[in-house]
Ligand binder design. Structure first.
Ligand SMILES: Cc1cc2nc3c(=O)[nH]c(=O)nc-3n(C[C@H](O)[C@H](O)[C@H](O)COP(=O)(O)OP(=O)(O)OC[C@H]3O[C@@H](n4cnc5c(N)ncnc54)[C@H](O)[C@@H]3O)c2cc1C
Length: 483
């Protein structure tokens, strides 16, 4: 079977393209080396929908950022993805910072970012009372937002697969050849063929490119580390608070998350590919810089540290488009921040390039544009009663910290992209994201996965394949969900 398009990599870029192509009668296959989508950088970032004042005017990055900011709002509404447009502030402590803020304001206007304002003095502290009183001014961007980044990839893939697109997991691409007008893509699972190939392999995008092309870029991975604070801190800040950017990037932010936590980070240090450990030095740097902007940040209520790795190609722009030497081969590479924000705009652009190459633009009659899921804790009391009446499983709370019901977990297990691991359930249902970090709900969710996927609990990984949780039974007592 020859596909029209093979997409390599199931991060937000690959998944947005899969969704975009599913609008048409195009045979698309996504190859992902892990067991789920959004299991790389797309699950471990600041989760900010950037307004677009940062990229250099005239670059692809600036256009995709501003377009993506608008597209994300609509996509999140259509696909029921958690998103809030809360605005952002870039704060300045002295006259040098004021100059950078003025430059950002000018750049933002050149990039057509709506509503930018420079705010001074008391007005600023009325908007964001927790700011350090050493701050003298800030750039306010009302169109910035926050989102659940992994949901973005999951929701788009679920709809695309429902509409006929295909996904192969645990299919790491190891070589690509162009023969007789087709691409033969070899993976750890076997060979796949397609007329067009799109490389969206994140921190490995240079490796995948070099399977076919002359070397024309190198990814230098850059790790960013974070604290996630307990929901007790949710009122700390109303907006995303950034310092002025530096050569290290946008700096350490303090922001609410869509799940009601506070996120603090990241730093930026060179690291090996996919090196997502947390380090003392990184976290100390993050703490020091966050306290400078928001002195009341209480890092003692941190419930989780994590880190993500940027695919930095050392350029001021993204690498998006058809290869100069291999027709039919496309790169979506070097997608560092604001790649999450930009991803739907990149996908639209690349889908357009593929259609221009002669792919069938007939609308797909099975295209699934929208998705709706139940999030029990956000329902009104009346809606909760009705939901339980329809499905009594919504009446059993499995994750007590985040109030997630058995019904929601079973819904996720029955959707088109069933979660293959405990963390994959977390990404779909928010289980284990609270203070106990899955201590209570973990074993119960494992029992549910085992029951609905009809597998042994021994075969359920924490996240990626091989990250086992249990190795066998030590007691005879059965869990409540087992028959
Ligand atoms: C610390 C940090 C903070 C950030 N903050 C923000 C932010 O607030 N807002 C924003 O807009 N952007 C942000 N970004 C950037 C954003 O997260 C990325 O640009 C985006 O997630 C990149 O998506 P992607 O699909 O290109 O790559 P990825 O998410 O890395 O996906 C690539 C996929 O390819 C797979 N893969 C790799 N090699 C192979 C292979 N050989 N075969 C098959 N599959 C393969 C990987 O497993 C992975 O799933 C941040 C990034 C970091 C690291």
């Amino acid at each position: 079977m020859i596909e029209d398009v093979i997409i390599i990599g199931g991060g937000v870029c690959g998944c947005s393209l899969l969704y975009e192509l599913s609008r048409y009668k195009i045979k698309t296959l996504l190859l992902e080396k892990e067991n789920d989508v959004a299991d790389g950088t797309s699950k471990a970032n600041s989760a900010i929908v950037h307004a677009g004042y940062d990229p250099i005017p005239g670059t692809k990055m600036s256009r995709y950022n501003v377009e993506g900011n608008t597209l994300i709002e609509q996509l999140c509404a259509d696909l029921d993805i958690m998103y809030k447009k809360i605005g952002s502030l870039v704060v300045g402590f002295d006259e040098t910072d004021r100059k950078s803020i003025e430059k950002l304001y000018i750049k933002g206007n050149k990039n057509s970012v709506p509503g930018l304002q420079i705010i001074e003095g008391e007005e600023l502290f009325k908007m964001e009372p927790a700011l350090s009183h050493d701050i003298i001014c800030a750039l306010y961007a009302p169109t910035a937002g926050i989102v659940a980044p992994w949901e973005f990839a999951i929701a788009q893939t679920e709809c695309a697969v429902k509409g006929g697109a295909k996904v192969e997991f645990n299919a790491e691409v190891t070589s690509i050849k162009k023969e007789n007008g087709y691409f033969a893509v070899d993976t750890k699972k076997g060979e796949y063929k397609a007329r067009f190939v799109v490389n969206a392999a994140g921190v490995n995008s240079d490796i995948v490119s070099e399977m076919l092309e002359e070397k024309h870029f190198t990814i230098q991975p850059k790790r960013g580390e974070y604290y996630i604070l307990d929901t007790t801190e949710v009122k700390l800040v109303n907006m995303v608070v950034f310092p002025c950017p530096s050569k290290l990037g946008k700096g350490v932010l303090v922001a609410p998350t869509v799940h009601g936590n506070i996120i603090v980070g990241p730093d930026s240090t060179d690291c090996p590919r996919e090196a997502t450990e947390s380090t003392m030095d990184g976290l100390e740097y993050v703490a020091k810089n966050a306290l400078r902007c928001v002195p009341s940040v209480n890092l003692r209520v941190s419930i989780r540290n994590f880190s993500g790795v940027r695919a930095d190609a050392g350029l001021e722009d993204f690498i998006v488009g058809e290869s100069k030497c291999i027709p039919g081969f496309f790169n979506i590479a070097g997608i560092k921040s604001p790649g999450l924000t930009a991803s739907p705009a990149i996908a639209k652009d690349v889908a357009g390039m593929l259609l221009d190459k002669g792919l069938d633009s007939t609308p797909n009659p099975d295209f699934v544009a929208k998705r709706k899921i139940i999030r029990f804790k956000y329902l009104s009391d009346k809606e909760k009663r009705e939901a339980i009446k329809k499905n009594p499983l919504y009446g059993t709370i499995v994750c007590r910290c985040e109030t997630v019901t058995e019904g929601e977990i079973v819904d996720a297990l029955n959707r088109t992209l069933p979660p293959p691991s405990l963390d994959a359930v977390k990404r779909r249902c928010t289980t284990g994201m609270g203070r106990c970090q899955g201590g209570f709900c973990g074993p119960r969710i494992m029992a549910l996965i085992a029951k609905y996927a009809n597998i042994s609990q021994i075969d359920i990984p924490m996240d990626k394949e091989g990250m086992y949780i249990v190795t066998g039974r030590t007691k005879r007592r059965r869990c409540v969900y087992e028959k």
